[in-house]
Design a protein around this ligand. Structure first.
Ligand code: 0RA
Length: 642
């Protein structure tokens, strides 16, 4: 047998079969300590302590132990004492060794003992006491059992004698003391606070078990005991929070040999704080127990929200994110053979656990909500608020994405461009209706006039959120055609047309669309108005024909004036234009588009602000101001369509 350089075991002359096996296991551990305890630094050293503590925790989980004391001795040795049944010391006839010696010297011994499942809380590496023993320059185990104290000592994992009776005992329990091998762990230094935090966690995960840690190097001590277990854990995590419901929800059930335990409580914050454990080992990367928990949580809250009509049938379900915002939860499972996966072994892999957790949480959370309707309503309310906020955030995000796509966007297909490109010399007509758009395209001077036809009634922008307005196809076409962006990102140096002309019908729909467009420009492109780029075309209201003469009247007064002048004339033909589409292309050019003869109204900020106000009043959700407005403007607002 080759001797490991780290091994300081004195060579022995004779080996029994068991001794070879024992030393073989010991040698393997000494050769690659990192493979058994993770690392050979301070972390690994702490793992050594945990491995011993886990054994006592197992005894506690089995229901036989409620006190564990960890002591850091002045020379950095560690003592772990429990009040369990005491490790059996009886000699096994097959091996002729005591159970105690077997557990302390044979690798992986102890997983099953006396037909009972043992070691449920397997450590990160689940290797047990024999590994710690193999990596200890010295170890002593004292067992109080049968009214006696038994003891065995080891050096470098090798027993220094048989188990011996050394005194009388009035109680039962196990005390393990060890000193890690200095050559393996370098300058040994145990961190009291690191151990204390882990032990606090263990105390939370094992309610009713008192775990204390004492540091004899500094004479400090801490004791952890949580009657509420993980419920206390959740309360601790939520200690500075505004709570959505007073008491954490506690779920516990044993399914087959698996114990599922969950505590959860919502606070009014945004973060999800979930700790998950498998056999008291923190599973930082979640795993099957977390998957089961999350899926049950989402399903149960949705079911309740629908059943209680807090969510209407046509409303979308709450998402996982919705139900996890402000959630503080501890999920703890205890199972007989945990599989830890992933790079850092921080993920539980046992597949059967998912459905077990899902089932237990599904059943018991449903019950809880039914029995606590006030809590249920508060929780669902909170989730719905989150859902709404998330939806609003999504829209805002979409807006940004759309905005960038607008900036880079290709010109809208409906745009009839002009041949000249110099922005100062060219103008864009925004024309209501496809047919008017057709006439405008025919009638225009294509060298400097571009036409963008807009389809009929555009959406009700006020009711829709501002972001929806920009999402609207017609509005987007305008933004793209103008090329200067909108909102904060508006850049007039990129404006492709220095005259933007709204050309709408002189009827109800026309006025609607004009109001809407003005509102849009006012809210999202105010620079365009401020710098005097926005105009309103003035199509005539009437054509008055007399003999070969034709007059265009652009207002009622103008019409009255012309008629007054022609009052003695015969055969006066008067035609009212309602829509741009009623005019021929030539007429449209002559009356409305020809720079020599047309009249353009330049839009002022006041006009636009007024449109915005009208828009708000006419189309907004608030009914009272709308009614008041209609009543006081009944005369002046003719094209009112409500
Ligand atoms: C198996 C059987 C029995 C006790 C233990 C294990 C045990 C192991 C450890 C390790 C640290 N503390 C411990 N406490 C108990 C007892 C079986 C019986 O008495 O019937």
């Amino acid at each position: 047998m080759t001797q490991d350089t780290l091994s300081t075991v004195p060579a022995e002359n004779t080996y029994t079969a068991e001794a070879i096996q024992v030393l073989g296991g010991r040698e393997a551990v000494r050769r690659r300590p990192g493979m058994y305890i993770g690392s050979t630094d301070q972390r690994g050293l702490h793992h050594m302590v945990y491995e011993i503590v886990y054994n006592s925790i197992d005894e506690a989980m089995a229901g036989y132990c409620n006190r564990i004391e960890v002591t850091i001795l002045p020379d950095n040795a560690i003592r772990v004492e429990d009040n369990g049944r005491g490790i059996p010391v009886e000699v096994h006839p097959a091996t002729n060794k005591s159970a105690l010696e077997t557990v302390m010297t044979i690798l992986h011994a102890g997983a099953k003992f006396g037909g009972k499942t043992y070691q449920v809380s397997g450590g990160l590496h689940g290797v047990g006491a024999s590994v710690v023993n193999a990596l200890s320059s010295w170890m002593q185990v004292k067992v109080r059992r049968n009214g006696k104290v038994y003891q065995q000592e080891y050096r470098q994992g090798v027993p220094q004698g048989d188990v011996a009776e050394v005194g009388e005992a009035s109680d039962t329990g196990t005390t393990t003391t060890f000193l890690a091998v200095a050559e393996i762990f370098g300058q040994i230094s145990i961190d009291f606070n690191v151990l204390a935090e882990r032990l606090r966690e263990m105390a939370y995960l094992n309610k009713g078990v008192e775990i204390s840690i004492r540091d004899e190097r500094k004479d400090i001590e801490k004791t952890f005991y949580f009657e509420g277990g993980i419920t206390s854990f959740v309360q601790h995590l939520n200690r500075d929070r505004h709570l959505v419901h007073k008491q954490p929800i506690y779920i516990y059930k044993a399914v087959n040999s698996t114990i599922v335990e969950v505590a959860l409580q919502y606070n009014d914050g945004y973060a999800e704080v979930t700790f998950s454990f498998a056999n008291c080992i923190n599973t930082a990367d979640g795993g099957t127990h977390m998957t089961g928990f999350r899926s049950a949580l989402t399903r149960v809250l949705n079911d309740y929200a629908h059943k209680s009509k807090m969510l209407k049938e046509d409303e979308p379900n709450l998402t996982g994110e919705d139900v996890r915002e402000g959630l503080t939860a501890v999920v703890s499972v205890k199972l007989s053979e945990p599989q830890f996966e992933g790079q850092t072994k921080g993920k539980l892999g046992n597949i059967e656990i998912k459905s077990q957790v899902e089932g237990v949480v599904g059943e018991q959370l449903t019950l809880y909500l039914e029995e606590h309707p006030d809590d249920a309503r508060r929780i669902i309310d909170k989730c719905i608020t989150v859902a709404k906020a998330r939806e609003a955030a999504r829209k805002a995000r979409d807006l940004v994405i759309k905005k960038s796509s607008l900036e880079a966007g290709t010109l809208p297909g409906k745009l009839a461009g002009c041949t000249e490109k110099e922005p100062e010399r060219v103008e864009l007509y925004l024309v209501e209706g496809e047919s008017a758009g057709g006439s405008a395209k025919q009638g225009r001077d294509r060298r400097f006039q571009a036409i963008l036809p807009l389809r009929g009634k555009i959406l009700n922008v006020e009711k829709a959120a501002a972001d929806k307005m920009v999402a609207h196809e017609e509005i987007r076409a305008i933004v793209t055609a103008l090329g200067a962006g909108f909102n904060e990102e508006m850049d007039l140096t990129q404006l492709r047309y220095h005259k933007v002309i709204l050309m709408t019908d002189a009827d109800v729909d026309g006025s609607h669309i004009r109001t809407l467009l003005l509102t849009f420009f006012f809210r999202h492109m105010s620079e365009l108005i401020n710098k005097g780029h926005l105009f309103i075309a003035q199509p005539p209201l009437y054509q008055i024909k007399h003999n070969k003469n034709s007059y265009w009247a652009y207002s009622e007064q103008e019409k009255d004036r012309v008629m007054e002048q022609l009052k003695d004339a015969k055969k006066v033909d008067i035609q009212r234009y309602k829509g741009l589409g009623e005019m021929s292309a030539e007429q449209l050019w002559e009356t409305t588009m020809n720079p020599e003869t047309r009249t353009l109204l330049q839009v002022s900020v006041e006009d636009a602000a007024n449109a915005d106000y009208i828009f708000h009043v006419l189309m907004g959700e608030e009914v009272p101001p709308r009614k008041a407005f209609i009543q006081s403007h009944a005369r002046s607002v003719k094209n009112l369509d409500i």
